[in-house]
Design a protein around this ligand. Structure first.
Ligand code: PHE
Length: 465
């Protein structure tokens, strides 16, 4: 097909690099930093890295390509996009809108925590955050536990974070999101390379590095291998921002003359490279700090807000490295929350016919109200749990472990068996000479991806990763 310039009434990305960096900005997030290194450390180092890369270029590639193609072909927000693709699958559009709407508030709450730590390290209080303290009952707790249990500070940092994040969305796709991504993503890359390089010069880093990179087969059974696959697939799924409606939305803003296949390859390399580099910072530094105890490489908030401040505190130049590190995390989180907010805002613009600024206002108010529930869930309402989970963890579980795999599974069924893969392939071929991975794509979307999705759905009920 011939290349044509597109005229898009909704506005969109002005360049390919702008699109790739914005999508990479969405993909690179907290997951890359606080989950990937932990999984690599837990599942045999090099073995996990290899499995992850293989799935990234096959499974992750197919799912991301599908979403971007649906978005660009329909040129609509998620609700309109799924309806246009196939009326019978219209409910998926609502699911794809509900997921980012539920993730955005709690993601911003965590973003607020990052801002707090960034501020602390910048004002020379990093060492303070690394100390333990005692609660009112006299038990020893981390500063982090103390911080989230007090309502005021987390609430204020959450509000600031929401306002900063929404600025790019209010300004629009080209003037806001694209511009911001073009500046922040290169800065992020420089920071992560710089900090990674520094940690590798620390005494004892070599041992940690070996642990991270070399395949470790000791105690590696067939069952363990299956678990490694499940962990890699689950991580990829989250890391590439799949099944959150984001890639459909960003795809709808992509120029017709740019290559979808080439862009997906670039996004995937960016995302995987950042995850890998985050591991270069975290695995060796925690390894040195703990005197080689691998079990001290934790996952999630415990790693980021408790272990790492202690690690930085023990490092020469740690205040400075800690400050740079939390800027890095803030950038990673910010571009991800921008993509969530844009996805929800696009729905409000389309469904209610409001202006961008007003729609964004609606999304901000919603985010603040729902996000406050998560803030309260860790502080004033900490006795309240849903299925034994705090409110924030419950939102996280419901979206990540239930809604997202269901959406991705049904999207595979829609493309593989209802509208057929041609629907995506035609869009990928638009203006291109060839679709290199077409055969791979078909096998993935029809058979492998649906099976992987079922695996992700049942894993948390069978085992704890
Ligand atoms: N891909 C992000 C990460 O790795 C996850 C994410 C993206 C979460 C966008 C929310 C919104 O952390």
């Amino acid at each position: 097909m011939k290349k044509e310039k597109t005229t898009r009434s909704r506005g969109g990305f002005g360049s390919k690099i702008g699109f790739v960096l914005a999508a990479a900005g969405s993909a690179v997030g907290l997951g890359n930093i606080w989950r990937f290194p932990y999984l690599a450390a837990k599942y045999g180092g090099g073995i996990f890295l290899l499995v992850y890369i293989i799935f990234a270029v096959t499974f992750g590639f197919a799912l991301m390509l599908t979403e971007i193609a649906i978005g660009r072909r329909t040129g609509k927000s998620v609700i309109g996009a799924y309806r246009s693709a196939d009326k019978r699958f219209a409910p998926l559009g609502w699911l794809a809108a509900a997921i980012p709407a539920l993730i955005l508030p709690y993601y911003c709450v965590i973003g607020g925590w990052v801002l707090k730590y960034m501020t602390a390290f910048f004002t020379g209080n990093g060492a303070h955050m690394a100390e333990n303290t005692t609660d009112s009952a006299g038990n020893e707790i981390s500063r982090f536990a103390e911080f989230i249990s007090g309502f005021g500070q987390p609430a204020v940092f959450f509000l600031i974070y929401v306002l900063i994040g929404s600025a790019a969305v209010v300004l629009g796709v080209e003037k806001g999101i694209e511009k911001v991504s073009k500046i922040l993503m290169p800065v992020l890359l420089i920071l992560i390379i710089g900090i990674g390089g520094y940690t590798l010069t620390l005494k004892g880093a070599g041992e940690g590095l070996k642990y991270y990179l070399l395949p470790n087969f000791s105690g590696f059974t067939a069952g363990m291998f299956l678990k490694t696959i499940a962990a890699a697939v689950g991580q990829l799924f989250y890391s590439m921002s799949i099944a959150m409606g984001i890639m459909v939305t960003y795809g709808s803003y992509m120029r017709k003359e740019d290559s979808i296949e080439g862009s997906v390859r670039q996004i995937e390399i960016f995302d995987t490279a950042v995850a890998f580099l985050a591991g270069l910072i975290i695995v060796p530094s925690v390894f040195i700090f703990s005197g080689g105890d691998k079990d001290s490489i934790k996952v999630g908030p415990g790693l980021m807000f408790d272990t790492l401040p202690k690690v930085f505190d023990s490092m020469p130049g740690g205040q400075f490295i800690g400050a740079a590190f939390f800027v890095l995390v803030a950038l990673a989180a910010l571009t991800s929350s921008i993509s969530l907010m844009e996805t929800v805002t696009a729905v409000v613009i389309e469904k209610f016919g409001l202006s961008r600024a007003k729609s964004c206002g609606v999304v901000i108010v919603f985010t603040i109200i729902i996000g406050m529930l998560s803030v309260l869930g860790y502080s004033k309402w900490s006795d309240f749990t849903i299925f034994d989970m705090q409110i924030l963890d419950f939102f996280d579980f419901a979206t990540n472990n239930l809604m997202m795999p269901v959406l991705a599974f049904m999207t595979c069924i829609m493309i593989g068996y209802a509208v057929k893969t041609k629907y995506v392939e035609e869009e990928v071929m638009y203006g291109e000479k060839q679709f290199r991975s077409k055969k791979l794509y078909e096998v993935m979307i029809k058979y492998i991806c649906p099976v992987c999705m079922i695996m992700i759905l049942i894993t948390p009920f069978v085992t704890k990763i």
